[in-house]
Every structure is written in C-alpha cells, then in structure tokens.
Design a protein around this ligand. Structure first.
Ligand code: BV8
Length: 237
C-alpha cells in the first residue's frame, strides 16, 4: 500500500464527461437566471418554486448519468493508498457510484433533502420525491416543508474542519475540474502550498487560480487522470 498522503478536490468539470452540466456551461443560466442568483437563501425565500424546479430537474438527471473514467481513476487511487481524502464541490453522487468512499461533499448533495424545522437530512430519491410538488418531511409530528440539502452562496460549506486538517497534512493536493471561482474551495490550493504539499491541477482549460499549482495538466479529466494516477502510485512505492 502506497504511503503518499493525497487529498483530491473535484469540481463540476469531473462530471462534465458524464453529461452533467457545469456551472459555467451555457453561461451558467437557469430559466434566464444566473446560477449564482438561484443557489442562494434569498432566492429560496423569494421564489421557492423556481429554486425547487432547478434542483428537482438536477435530482431527476442523477438517474440518467453514469460515472466516467475520471471518477473510476480516483476510486482506484483510493483503493491503493493508506491515506486518501476526496473532497468534492459537486452535489451529484457519481463519486460514490464509481466506488469512492467517505466522500466529503462540502457543498451538499442532491440525493438528500433537509427538513426546514429539524434541519435533519434524509435520502429522498423515490419517484414521488422527484416531482415539482413540495416534499414533506417524515421527522416532525406535523410534516413540514423540505429544502434542497445544498450549501448555497452565503452559507457555510460542510466538513470544513476535516477538510482543513486533511489539506494541512497531505504530501500531494490535486484539483480536478474546477474554475477556481468559488471560495473557500478555490483557496485550498494556497493552504496546500503553505503546508508544503506538491499541488497538481487537471482541468480542461487554465482556470482563474492556475498559477497557484506546481503542476498543470490541461485536457479532459477522463483522459488525463488515469495516467496521472498510475504515475503517482509508482512514486514512493
Ligand atoms: C461562504 C452548490 C461564508 C450549489 C455551490 C457574499 C456573501 C457570502 C459569501 C460570499 C459573498 N461573495 C463572495 C462570497 C464567497 C462565495 C463565493 O466564492 N462566491 C463566488 C461566486 C465569488 N462563497 C460562498 O458563498 C461559500 N460560502 O463563503 O460562506 C460564511 C462564513 C461564515 C458563516 C456563513 C457563511 C459557499 C459557496 C458554495 C456555493 N454552492 N454549489 C449547487 O450546486 O446548486 S458552488 C458551485 O459553483 C459548485 O459547487 C462549485 O463549488 C462552484 C464552482 O463550480 P466549479 O465546480 O468550479 O464548476 P465551473 O463550472 O465553475 O467550472 C468547471 C471547470 O471544469 C471549468 O474550469 C472547466 O474548464 C472544467 N472542465 C469542464 N469539462 C472538463 C473540465 N475539466 C476537466 N475535464 C473536463 N472534461
């Protein structure tokens, strides 16, 4: 088992080859709204039906997409390392469906919904949960409305303590498929550099924070990642 301590952060680009739209595809629009304006508590308060339609469409799409070679490469990496942490900005379940374990979804997940009273999350992916009708919780005596179990802009990302500790302690920090626009995710590479890690980027094109990486591979993750993973597993073996 390889002793390298590797942390990986993925963004929408790793799911692009599975057919999942990235944030900046099509100008990042939903029903003519900027996604950054839909994925906010304010939008949920003002027009919950529109926000609900946005998430229900993406939850339904989960059933039509499959993991790609980039997801499988990270599962292979995890299976051959003693110390590995996978952090994702993505809210799809393609990492889990490719066999990755203990995935840290720092921006939440599409599979689960959250009760607005108890704040408890539960997996709700039955056909009756995927309509445009409001979903009711099963945790309160008086069933109440549920919201997407997503970290919106202006909300605190999840698992941040575990994420910061893993980044501080890694030898190699790899970012796959992210435009480096959104913080605190986009700032993790700076933390990794400060911790003395070797930082690697795999992205279709050079993102905003490309200069922060020691090593940059530009192209589709499905093509580049399998080769990078086998090279890494040969190091320190
Ligand atoms: C926070 C869930 C503080 C939603 C997402 C005002 C108030 C508060 C905060 C802020 C503010 N102004 C700015 C901020 C900070 C804000 C932020 O960074 N805004 C940006 C727009 C400037 N951040 C936040 O609000 C965060 N919270 O700061 O909290 C706080 C502190 C204390 C107490 C309370 C609060 C929360 C941000 C989380 C937002 N939620 N996701 C949903 O999914 O519906 S963000 C969403 O966009 C994604 O999760 C992702 O993180 C982000 C960016 O998307 P990417 O994954 O990078 O995807 P993108 O499309 O941009 O790029 C894809 C890349 O892949 C491209 O580069 C492309 O070239 C590449 N690619 C494409 N195909 C391939 C490929 N690469 C390889 N292979 C391919 N085949």
């Amino acid at each position: 088992m390889n002793q390298l301590r590797i942390v990986v952060l993925t963004g929408a680009g790793i799911s692009a080859e599975s057919g999942v739209r990235t944030f900046r595809d099509n100008g990042g629009l939903w029903e003519e709204h900027r996604v950054e304006d839909v994925a906010t508590p304010q939008a949920w308060a003002i027009d919950p039906a529109m926000v609900w339609r946005f998430y229900q469409a993406r939850r339904r799409q989960l059933q039509e997409v499959e993991p790609n070679d980039a997801h499988h490469a990270l599962t292979h990496l995890q299976n051959n390392l003693k110390q590995f942490t996978l952090i994702t900005q993505n809210v799809d379940d393609l990492h889990e469906r490719s066999g990755s374990r203990e995935v840290l979804h720092m921006h939440g997940e599409l599979k689960t919904l959250r009760c607005e009273i108890s704040h408890r999350s539960e997996v709700r992916m039955k056909p009756s949960d995927l309509t445009d009708d409001v979903a009711l919780c099963s945790c309160c005596a008086q069933p109440s409305g549920m919201r997407p179990d997503i970290v919106w802009f202006g909300e605190m990302p999840m698992h941040m303590k575990e994420i910061m500790n893993a980044v501080d302690a890694c030898d190699v920090f790899i970012v796959v498929g992210s435009s480096g626009h959104v913080y605190p995710a986009a700032g993790l590479v700076d933390q990794a550099n400060n911790a003395g890690a070797h930082t690697i980027l795999v992205n279709l094109e050079a993102p905003a924070n490309a200069a922060a990486f020691n090593e940059v591979h530009l192209g589709p993750a499905g093509e580049l990642l399998p080769e990078l993973v086998s090279k890494l597993l040969k190091t320190n073996d």
